[in-house]
Design a protein around this ligand. Structure first.
Ligand code: PRP
Length: 189
């Protein structure tokens, strides 16, 4: 019998972070967040779509503290494997964040441009606080310094997919973080 996502798994060169490692780390992040927000009942998680949707779902369920959710959609990569540098807002939040405690949930910080854009946008709306929680960070690719409050894993300069992250909109459904076979890039559109 084939594993789930059998066809997509054939494109994987290696698994960088497996399902158990992801879940263990997410519970650790959630415990730290619970502790830091112990004094407020007004925590709003802002999910940066699309890549962070899987992380958000697991992080939200690992948190013990009450919290609300909202979503923004941004795009910086287009269809390729490197950031274009130009951030576009595709969908904005649905609620006022003035005087609220905001935790931005990202899947990956690469150049730092997307997060810098998000932070500037959110700060202008006068929240009580803004912190950042990213599952992955690639420090070697940073072009703009961004403060990160919670980081799941620092990873090397590999293009990774799975657990919400895509290549040309595919592979988001894989339950782990993986590196694609080079042959997939060679056929990049
Ligand atoms: C990815 C990722 C981050 C951003 C990080 O989004 O989800 O938001 O790039 O890159 P940066 O630090 O260089 O700005 P992408 O544009 O691929 O959109 P997606 O989340 O819809 O996949």
């Amino acid at each position: 019998m084939n594993l789930p996502n059998h066809d997509l798994r054939q494109d994987i060169a290696s698994i960088l972070i497996n399902e158990t490692e992801l879940q263990t780390r997410i519970w650790q992040l959630a415990a730290a967040i619970d502790q830091d927000y112990a004094q407020t009942n007004d925590l709003l998680l802002v999910c940066a779509l699309k890549g962070a949707y899987v992380f958000l779902a697991d992080l939200s369920r690992a948190l013990q503290r009450p919290h609300h959710l909202d979503f923004m959609a941004l795009s910086s990569y287009g269809g390729g494997t490197t950031s274009s540098g130009a951030v576009q807002i595709l969908m904005d939040l649905t609620q006022d964040i003035k005087d609220r405690h905001i935790l931005v949930v990202e899947d990956i910080i690469d150049s730092g441009r997307t997060l810098t854009y998000i932070l500037r946008l959110l700060q202008a709306r006068q929240p009580a606080s803004v912190r950042i929680c990213t599952l992955l960070s690639k420090p070697s690719q940073r072009e703009v310094e961004v403060k990160t409050d919670y980081v799941g894993f620092e990873i090397p300069d590999e293009f990774v997919v799975g657990y919400g992250l895509d290549f040309d909109q595919s592979y988001r459904q894989l339950p782990f973080i993986a590196v694609l076979k080079p042959s997939i890039f060679l056929t990049e559109k």
